[in-house]
Structure formats: structure tokens, C-alpha cells
Design a binder for this molecule. Structure first.
Ligand SMILES: Cc1ncc(COP(=O)(O)O)c(C=O)c1O
Length: 403
């Protein structure tokens, strides 16, 4: 129904201030724009999304179908089915060197994003401060703000030394610091934190008594022999870390919505209350499929990573060959985050004009916090053809700027 501008304004005024002031997700907006352009018949190259272009493995899909056919279509225990809680705890013990009791220290959520939201609601009071390392994934700051907390950004990229990190942490920490959100490998830069950098954060967390939420969703997407270390495995950190993870990226299962969070019982028990009142439980048959994904063969993940690596190498080379564009080689995840300052455009202008001129969808770096200004993010979780065509169009667009 068409509303008058006055009616719309009157309705909008009913919305809570903390929501009215909240920006929408830049990555979701970019993906929506790509869909709209495609529907209009334009030949769109959409490099905005964080969604693997690979199908979910057949044995996982079959497990879900079998589960549906058995009628496993009702509520499950709110925390998650025992088989999945055990599979997650086994994975964390085997791969990350961290020990969690399945029935008390693990919580299954519909996606990692929901785990983040639940943790923020459970931990944060208005006035609390949350340290976010920027560039950072677009949802951390809004989710902290929705809980009433204040975001304090700390710059962090591949060039940041442990010494610089220590100094900027010292400047950022206050008596109100409740939480730091760590994301390694990082979205959008692909940076993997070194042991020294992790230890620096661990020392600060212990000295100033704050919690670390470690988002490890890209832990399996690593290149060139770089290893992932879970901060929870460092001495004195298990008791102050929440591990966030999920199957979206590692198992190409974004649409299934399956994530989890693990940590000490006094924290997880409180998150569980938020989860009980907001979602009840993750989808029943998806949980059974997740058991198959975690306990079954893992070669498919290795295959996807080998494909991502070849795409990364080619895309970074293609981008660095464009005048005014400078792109570091990511160590993990499936994004590149080139600096486009040399083209003379801001991130937003670059993004909008590229879309208009060449129908290539990328995400403006500003969406990833203050350190993202002057950058754009491209996902290479897309076909080789799309990436090569995208790079060709970006080259043509930048060449056209100097005409
Ligand atoms: C850094 C990071 N964490 C968490 C998520 C959440 O993923 P999901 O909700 O699909 O599990 C994403 C998704 O893009 C991400 O990039």
C-alpha cells in the first residue's frame, strides 16, 4: 500500500533510536543491487558476496534429506542435538587444541552471525566498550551498537607489528573495555594473526580483564602453509575466550544457517538464555547434516581451498597491473582488499561508478571501519570466468577515468 511521506515519517518515528541510527549491511545491500541489475537483464559481475560458489558436499545434502524423510522436523534441545555438540567439541579438541564439554560449553546457532548477536546481547551493557580491529567484518560494530555498547577501533593490517599493536591497544583499552573481537583469518583483508600478535592481545586481555570473541569462521581457508592458531589455546585464554565458528565458509553451507559458539560454562549458560528466547534452536535436519559435515570426509574443503588459491593468485596479479590499484596478497579467507586511492576516487565513488559503468559489484572499504577508507573489497568465491571478466572490466573502468 502506498503511504504518504507524512505517514511514513510517523511510522519511522516509532522505531527505536538504536535501530533507526543503525546502518544496513553494506555487503547485503551490494548483493541486493547485483540481483536487481541481473533482473533488469544486465550482464553483472557480482564480486560482493561472501558465499562460496561451490555446492554443498553430496553426503551432507543426503544426510539432510534422510533426516527429513525420517521426520526429524521438530524442535531440538535449545543448545543443539547431542551428536552435533559432540562433533563440534571433538573438532575443537582435535584441530584447535581446546577442550570443551559438549553439554555445557557449546551452543549451536542458526549461523555464525546469530552466535555473534547472541554473544553481544548476553555480554554487553550500555556504556561497555568493544574493541574492534579495523578493517573488520561489517556486522561487528552494528551488533555491538545494538547491545548499547561503544565501539573502539584499533587499526590492524598485515604491516602492523606486535609493538604497534601493543601501543594502539594501550591507547584503546579503558576501564569500560568488556570485549575485543578478533577475526583471523580476517574478512576483508585475509590477514592471519601471527603468534606474536595473538600473544599481544592475550596479554592485554589478561592484564585488563576483558573477554575475547574469536571469530574463526575462515580458519580452514589458508594459503602458502600459513597456520591458524586459536587464541583460546594460549595459556590463560581458554577461560576468557568465546570461539565463534560455523559451516558456511568451510563447508560451502551458507544457506543452511549453521554456526556455533564455545566457551566457559558461566558465559555459555547466559548466551543460552538469549538463544532460548530468540531462536529456540537451530533447524533440526540442518543439525543432522552438520554432524555429517563435521564427522565425514574433509577433502572437499581442501579442494575448495586449492581453487581459491589459484583464483587469489590470478586476481591479485590482475589488480596490481591496474594503474592506481595496489593489492596485498591475502593469507586466508576469500577476499582481496585493494587500495584504490591512486585512482583518484573515494571507495564509495569507485564502487558506485564501477557499478554504473561496468556492472561490477564490489563493496566499499568504508563499510569495514575507519581503516577501510580508500579500499574496496572483492570476493573471489566466484568462478574463474567471473573473476577474470571482473578484473578486465575494472581495468577498463580505471583506464577510462584518465580519458
Ligand atoms: C568474519 C565473518 N564472521 C561471521 C560470518 C557469519 O557467517 P554465517 O552467519 O553464515 O555463519 C561471516 C559471513 O560473511 C563473516 O565474514
Amino acid at each position: 500500500m502506498a503511504l504518504s511521506p507524512q505517514q511514513s515519517d510517523a511510522l519511522r518515528s516509532k522505531i527505536a533510536h538504536r535501530v533507526r541510527d543503525l546502518p544496513g549491511s553494506a555487503t547485503v545491500a551490494a548483493a541486493d543491487k547485483a540481483r536487481r541489475l541481473k533482473a533488469e537483464g544486465r550482464s553483472v559481475v557480482d564480486l560482493s558476496g561472501g558465499d562460496p560458489d561451490f555446492s554443498t558436499a553430496a553426503h551432507v545434502t543426503e544426510a539432510a534429506v534422510a533426516s527429513l524423510n525420517r521426520g526429524f522436523t521438530h524442535y531440538t534441545p535449545s543448545r543443539g542435538i547431542p551428536e552435533l555438540l559432540k562433533a563440534i567439541a571433538d573438532k575443537l579438541a582435535k584441530e584447535n587444541g581446546t577442550s570443551y564439554e559438549p553439554a555445557k560449553e557449546v551452543l549451536v546457532t542458526p549461523g555464525g552471525k546469530q552466535a555473534l548477536f547472541t554473544a553481544a546481547q548476553a555480554l554487553l551493557d550500555p556504556g561497555d566498550e568493544v574493541i574492534i580491529f579495523s578493517p573488520a567484518w561489517v556486522s561487528y560494530a552494528p551488533v555491538a551498537a545494538l547491545a548499547g555498547a561503544r565501539v573502539v577501533y584499533v587499526p590492524m593490517d598485515m604491516q602492523t607489528t606486535a609493538e604497534e599493536l601493543r601501543a594502539s591497544l594501550a591507547g584503546a583499552i579503558s576501564p569500560h573495555t568488556k570485549l575485543a573481537i578478533l577475526n583471523t583469518p580476517n574478512n576483508p583483508t585475509g590477514q592471519v594473526w601471527t603468534a606474536e600478535q595473538l600473544q599481544t592481545l592475550a596479554d592485554a586481555a589478561q592484564a585488563h580483564d576483558f573477554i575475547v570473541l574469536a571469530d574463526e569462521i575462515y580458519e580452514k581457508i589458508l594459503y602458502d602453509g600459513v597456520r591458524h592458531v586459536s587464541i583460546a589455546s594460549l595459556p590463560g585464554m581458554w577461560e576468557r575466550t568465546l570461539i565463534l565458528n560455523g559451516l558456511s565458509k568451510s563447508h560451502a553451507m551458507t544457506g543452511w544457517r549453521l554456526g556455533y559458539i564455545a566457551g566457559p560454562e558461566p558465559l555459555i549458560a547466559e548466551l543460552l538464555k538469549v538463544h532460548q528466547h530468540s531462536t529456540t534452536c537451530a533447524t533440526s535436519f540442518v543439525q543432522e547434516a552438520a554432524v555429517a559435515a563435521l564427522n565425514g570426509p574433509q577433502e572437499y574443503t581442501e579442494y575448495m581451498v586449492s581453487r581459491y588459491k589459484a583464483r587469489r593468485d590470478r586476481l591479485v596479479a590482475d589488480l596490481n597491473a591496474i594503474p592506481g590499484v595496489r593489492c596485498d596478497l591475502p593469507q586466508g579467507a576469500f577476499y582481496v582488499f585493494p587500495n584504490i586511492i591512486g585512482t583518484g576516487l573515494s571507495s564509495l565513488a569507485f564502487t558506485e561508478r564501477l557499478l554504473e559503468a561496468e556492472a561490477v559489484v564490489v563493496t566499499p572499504g568504508d563499510a569495514f571501519g575507519p581503516a577501510g577508507v580508500g579500499f574496496v573489497r572483492l570476493s573471489y568465491a566466484d568462478s574463474d570466468e567471473a573473476l577474470q571478466e571482473g578484473a578486465r572490466r575494472i581495468r577498463r573502468f580505471v583506464d577510462g577515468l584518465s580519458d
